[in-house]
Design a binder for this molecule. Structure first.
Ligand code: NI
Length: 384
């Protein structure tokens, strides 16, 4: 791997920018400071800037100096997570309960680094649209930008995204065609029984006992009902009922997530979660109301752009550093919406380290900043 010399020369600035954003994390759609910094820097590089797409989203438009060519979208996310940071770095979060625990501070900075380099050289054909999106963490900022006319105002022939990946060694990457991240949907189940004195359970219908049966029965939807060659997750992640020792509550509320890759599996699980919850509750004399909310679709890489991204990564990181055999992740990714509309691809860039994404001690690896910025430039300047 050989960094772009110009990017290597300003790598320390990238670290300073990343740490500044890390110190001042902002939640989805509230990235006013971050998007302001982004817009100001793009303008300083001489790039045409459009603010306020999908709330706090920013788009920078740059034309190459080598003539006609494709219009390529490069996307970074800007939002932080609603969690406390447990790390002790000097640049740790200064905002209680808000933390860049997924490295979007690094993604934003890598794309700024690429924009700076490309604006200085303009050694490419066609147009690059630098897309800085809000609210990746569950609030669909990509879709908000698209509903605000992202691809009408800034047409893209291809669109690309990348995410730092702690499970991969620094200096490596993983990319493959087809599904790489799962559809991510929300489950809410309201179980209604009949409240009673805890010493007289026969006078009521215990929604906690009913919930326990529902949770157990839901486990069979994947283990018994889903093709073992397919992949799916049904997790109940919150159980809320009751408040004291001697009262059987009237209701119980369950929350959970459903993750799938195939549209048919998603449709089936949506129907079966309701069937099982309602049926088990009825069998035990209670009722259940299921609200299933579709979140992000699966992230599906298109073959052509995936080949180009893999080629750029191999040219830059070296043969053998880029794999196509990493298993897809059951995590969800907002970039999926963009890939539904525009051909493109999503790459995992190895950053190593001891802590996974969303761990309270996670921190983006600053060594990766010039690496990611150089890879973006390689992709834009590469053959197509
Ligand atoms: Ni993320």
């Amino acid at each position: 791997m050989k960094l772009r010399p110009d990017i290597e020369a300003f790598a320390q600035e990238l670290t300073d920018w990343r740490r500044d954003i890390h110190r001042h994390p902002e939640l989805g759609y509230k990235e006013t400071r971050t998007s302001g910094l982004v817009a100001e820097r793009l303008e300083a590089f001489g790039i045409e800037v459009h603010r306020g797409l999908g709330g706090t989203g920013v788009v920078g438009v740059l034309h190459g100096s080598l003539g006609d060519g494709p219009s390529v979208g490069l996307r970074a996310d800007m939002d932080a997570l609603p969690m406390d940071e447990a790390g002790v770095a000097e640049h740790r979060s200064t905002v209680d309960g808000v933390f860049h625990g997924c490295g979007h501070d690094g993604h934003t900075t890598m794309l700024l680094g690429a924009a700076r380099s490309l604006a200085a050289s303009r050694a490419f054909k066609g147009t690059v649209n630098f897309i800085f999106q809000p609210a990746e963490e569950g609030l669909a900022g990509a879709r908000a930008m698209m509903e605000d006319g992202l691809f009408d105002r800034f047409p893209c022939d291809e669109v690309y995204g990348m995410h730092n990946w702690p499970q991969l060694e620094l200096g490596t990457a993983s990319i493959r065609p087809g599904p790489v991240m799962a559809a991510s949907d929300r489950i809410e189940i309201e179980v209604k029984g009949r409240g009673a004195h805890a010493a007289m359970p026969h006078r009521g219908v215990d929604p906690i006992a009913v919930s326990a049966h529902i949770i157990t029965a839901l486990q069979t939807l994947v283990s018994r009902g889903t093709d073992p060659q397919d992949a799916a997750v049904v997790s109940i992640t919150a159980v809320n009922a009751g408040s004291t020792f001697n009262v059987i509550p009237h209701t119980a509320r369950l929350l959970g997530t459903c993750r799938t890759f195939r549209p048919g599996t998603r449709d089936r699980l949506e129907a079966e979660i309701e069937r099982v919850a309602v049926g088990v509750a009825a069998a035990l004399g209670a009722t259940a109301e299921v609200t299933y909310t579709r979140g992000y679709p699966p992230t599906v890489n298109h073959p052509g752009p995936t080949g180009r991204f893999a080629q750029a990564a191999t040219a830059f990181l070296g043969a053998g550093a880029v794999s196509d055999d990493a298993d897809p992740s059951m995590g969800g990714e907002d970039f999926a919406f963009m890939l539904e509309e525009v051909p493109g691809s999503y790459l995992w860039l190895g950053q190593g380290g001891d802590f996974d994404l969303h761990h309270p001690q996670y921190d983006f690896n600053d060594v990766l900043l010039p690496v990611g910025a150089s890879l973006w430039v390689e992709l834009v300047e590469g053959p197509r």
